[in-house]
Design a protein around this ligand. Structure first.
Ligand SMILES: Nc1ncnc2c1ncn2[C@@H]1O[C@H](COP(=O)(O)OP(=O)(O)OP(=O)(O)O)[C@@H](O)[C@H]1O
Ligand SMILES: [Mg+2]
Length: 256
């Protein structure tokens, strides 16, 4: 059966056009609606659904790092951070998720060197390992990646300043083959990920996305979602050919 599908990435221009197009072409399957996609393009809102979900069961707890949005005025950042009670170090991320110029701020005084608009997020030590959880409709695939190393209290006092760091996902090698400490490298429990993916599919209104998840150092079951990407590089997902084909076939079946 012939299935017409559309993927929309050039936002927000396509938004209006899409709404009209959907009305005039009801036979076309839209994989994910542009307004839902747009929500995960802004770091202020992208993690809101994870925070609201506040998932906690016998397999673990999933939250988001505490964060603060700074719209403008870098001189006010230090006060805003104190007021919000955020702990250093902080990861500074541009508000627009398409920009990847991230930095790590070690001390309060250098916060004024940051350039708003940005999101400041508490840095969570996680043993330098990150879990990329790919979601394709009902399917979930998890891979391990090397991530930023932990920051000790000693380093924190010895290294004042703001450090820009390169795009970690481009540099990071797969940690799947690495000989890792089981406390750090063990994949998050499958039932927990299934629950999380199911809820987020519904709340975000999306079918094609990934989650960057870390496990807090020294814990077995305390997880944080630090980033959500729409339509990530599925080429790096093992078995993507089967997973994607099955996904498209399931759409055909639904249509029938
Ligand atoms: N709150 C945090 N605690 C600890 N490490 C973090 C935190 N936020 C980000 N990182 C580290 O910084 C990296 C990049 O962060 P993030 O994924 O939010 O940025 P990004 O620009 O969207 O990157 P990418 O496109 O590579 O996913 C993460 O892979 C992780 O190593
Ligand atoms: Mg990321």
């Amino acid at each position: 059966m012939y299935l017409k599908t559309l993927l929309f990435s050039s936002l927000p221009l396509s938004l209006l056009y899409m709404k009209e197009y959907r009305l005039t072409h009801p036979d076309v399957t839209v994989l994910d609606p542009p307004d839902a996609i747009q929500n995960v393009y802004n770091r202020q809102y992208m993690l809101e659904d994870v925070a609201d979900l506040n998932l906690s069961d016998s397999y673990g707890k999933v939250g988001v790092p505490r964060q603060l949005v700074i719209e403008k005025d870098s001189s006010s950042i230090s006060d805003a951070v104190s007021k919000a009670g955020l702990r250093l170090p902080l990861v500074a991320k541009p508000l627009a998720a398409k920009s990847h110029e991230l930095s790590l701020a070690y001390d309060k005084f250098s916060l004024q060197m940051l350039e708003p608009p940005l999101v400041l997020q508490e840095f969570i030590n996680h043993g330098g390992i990150l879990f990329k959880v790919y979601i394709v409709g009902e399917a979930i695939k998890v891979v391990r990646r090397f991530s930023l190393p932990d920051v000790s209290k000693r380093e924190l006092s010895k290294n004042p300043g703001v450090f820009r760091f390169p795009r970690v996902s481009c540099a990071a090698a797969s940690a799947d083959e690495a000989d890792l400490d089981p406390c750090v490298g063990e994949l998050p429990p499958r039932p927990l990920l299934e629950k999380l993916a199911k809820e987020l599919r519904r709340r975000l209104g999306l079918r094609l996305f990934n989650l960057d998840i870390i496990r807090e150092l020294g814990t077995k079951d305390r997880f944080y979602v630090i980033d959500i990407n729409y339509f990530p590089g599925y080429g790096k997902m093992p078995e993507y050919e089967h997973i994607f084909t099955d996904f498209l076939l399931s759409l055909v079946k639904q249509k029938q």
